[in-house]
Design a protein. Structure first.
Length: 293
């Protein structure tokens, strides 16, 4: 197994902070995302490398092991366990002696422990987990749909349930790194990043929006038509509606995750637009009206 310089892949040095790593990862992930480079195989490969590097360096424990053991960091726990057992007994099961302070040749140790030596027992170990981000628009999270991801050169078709939330994580079992010596593969953890929408704000399963009505409709009442994420809806406006009045449309919000047929609510706030370019007659009528109050 060749050494992979995760710091170089993310373009940061070994003294980089967690924020430095996070910023660099997000920048590279957006640039190399398969959806933005559908015909660039090199970009796909680099995208996976960036995800793998972030998965290790963004985790304090994994980063510590990587810094100490290099390419063999995934087996650091087994190495430490072996070293502890050697402190208790001066000889290994193969008759090989270790001193308590010996740093040793990590690669030689792992080769002998995990298959490089014919004398050793083949021990199976679970593969590394992968982490990735999947960006969706608000409307994309509105309905259950399928999407294809590329992981290590393999296309994985997944079903994304309606109502998935920003920051939510799902696990794809067995789609991480392959195991050692026939051990089970790791898992793939996908974090959803739901984008904002110019007309709607989402809080949980509820949606919030604004509707503009004219002064006359606000004063006298009437009807107005608003846009929802699923089409237009006609609303009745009560007479003497005040600016900032909020109404609730039950069941017109976002679908509840994995609860078919259940939806949040849509809250509509009225904004009242005042008439402009009034004629002399209109001004006179407003003046007369003001004197009657």
């Amino acid at each position: 197994m060749e050494f992979v310089d995760y710091y170089n892949i993310l373009g940061v040095d070994k003294k980089a902070t967690e924020d430095d790593i996070k910023k660099s990862y997000r920048k590279l992930a957006r640039k190399l995302h398969p959806d933005l480079n559908p015909n660039d195989k090199d970009a796909h490969k680099k995208f996976q490398q960036v995800n793998e590097a972030n998965e290790v360096l963004s985790d304090a424990e994994k980063r510590k092991k990587y810094d100490q053991y290099g390419k063999d960091w995934q087996h650091a726990d087994q190495f430490e366990q072996q070293r502890r057992s050697q402190r208790q007994s001066p000889f290994s099961s193969e008759g090989q002696q270790f001193s308590g302070d010996q740093e040793g040749d990590f690669s030689s140790f792992f080769e002998s422990m995990f298959g490089g030596s014919g004398r050793s027992r083949q021990t199976k170990f679970r593969g590394q987990d992968y982490n990735a981000e999947l960006q969706l628009g608000l409307t994309n999270a509105l309905e259950t749909h399928q999407q294809t991801l590329t992981v290590n050169g393999k296309n994985i078709r997944i079903t994304i349930p309606a109502g998935v939330e920003n920051g939510q994580v799902i696990k794809l079992k067995g789609h991480g790194a392959p195991g050692v010596n026939g051990g089970p593969a790791g898992d793939l953890f996908i974090t959803f990043v739901i984008g904002t929408h110019p007309g709607f704000k989402r809080l949980g399963n509820d949606l919030y929006t604004h509707a503009v009505i004219d002064l006359y409709t606000a004063l006298l009442g009437g009807e107005t038509t608003i846009e929802t994420l699923k089409g237009k809806v006609k609303l009745k406006v009560n007479a003497e509606t005040q600016f900032g009045t909020k109404i609730r449309l039950k069941g017109k919000g976002f679908p509840v995750y994995k609860k078919e047929g259940e939806f949040g609510d849509l809250y509509v706030t009225y904004d009242i637009i005042l008439p402009t370019n009034l004629t002399d007659r209109q001004k006179a009528l407003f003046t007369e009206l003001s004197q009657l109050t």
